[in-house]
Design a binder for this molecule. Structure first.
Ligand code: ZN
Length: 244
């Protein structure tokens, strides 16, 4: 499965390989900067699933298993491109600075408790999804930590996922570990590790500082090198160790 998309996406490397038999490319070299930053279109599968093929197939297998245990896995948000993330970023930035009167650095610190700088979201990869249980009746925002805790509508979902998700390759990214830095605990955000681990490896090898400063992101004049270093360390890399 992996191999098929590899060949389709990189016909030029396929050509290089046929010219140079024996040339082997490392797994992560198949992901381009544009792809990792949500700036190119990728093949996505499944109505209301929108994940890469392998992740989609694994999600469907997991959904079937959950269904037989009384949990209706429902994806709230999966793939998001750069422009979508940029709109989220800009909306929050303007809200915090103009309506709530925060200084730009304070606004940015606030945004990055839950939202990423455009180009650095794992939602750009087609491997990550925010998942809930479609069965219980709920009111208000479904992505609230309390809803996944004891007594909450998604407590049973959380228990089921804790016991089963990794069997299908899905891991919680922003775990409850108090020592973890960066994004707050998100009991809904899962990542399909067989694809996202090599993607993260590939992303770490790029010059993320440079890439972000080249983008037209509102407030980026506040991205000092110290800020970006901490952001990469805390918000990109302070995740479930199974995904590193
Ligand atoms: Zn998410």
């Amino acid at each position: 499965m992996h191999r098929r998309s590899f060949i389709k996406k990189s016909s030029y490397t396929g050509l290089a390989m046929s010219i140079l038999p024996g040339l082997s490319l490392s797994k992560e070299s198949q992901y381009s900067v544009l792809e990792l930053m949500g700036k190119t279109s990728i093949d996505l599968f499944g109505t209301e699933i929108n994940l890469r093929k392998e992740a989609h197939d694994a999600f469907l297998d997991m959904k079937k298993a959950a269904y037989s245990d009384g949990v209706d896995l429902k994806i709230v948000s999966s793939y998001r491109n750069f422009h979508r993330q940029d709109a989220i970023w800009e909306g929050k930035y303007l809200q915090f600075t103009e309506q709530e009167g925060m200084s730009p650095p304070a606004a940015i610190e606030n945004i990055i408790q839950y939202s990423t700088i455009p180009g650095t979201s794992r939602h750009h990869w087609g491997t990550d999804a925010d998942i809930i249980d479609g069965y219980p009746r709920t009111t208000g925002d479904v992505l609230e930590v309390e809803k996944f805790e004891e007594g909450g509508p998604f407590a049973y979902f959380k228990k089921w996922m804790d016991e089963n998700a990794t069997k299908f390759g899905f891991y919680l990214v922003y775990t409850e570990n108090p020592k973890r830095k960066g994004f707050k605990y998100e009991p809904w955000h899962y990542s399909y590790a067989p694809l996202s681990v090599p993607m993260l490896t590939s992303f770490r090898r790029k010059n993320i500082f440079k890439l972000l400063l080249e983008e037209d992101i509102i407030g980026k004049e506040n991205f000092s090198s110290g800020f970006l270093k901490d952001y990469i360390q805390n918000n990109i890399l302070s995740i479930n160790p199974e995904l590193l």
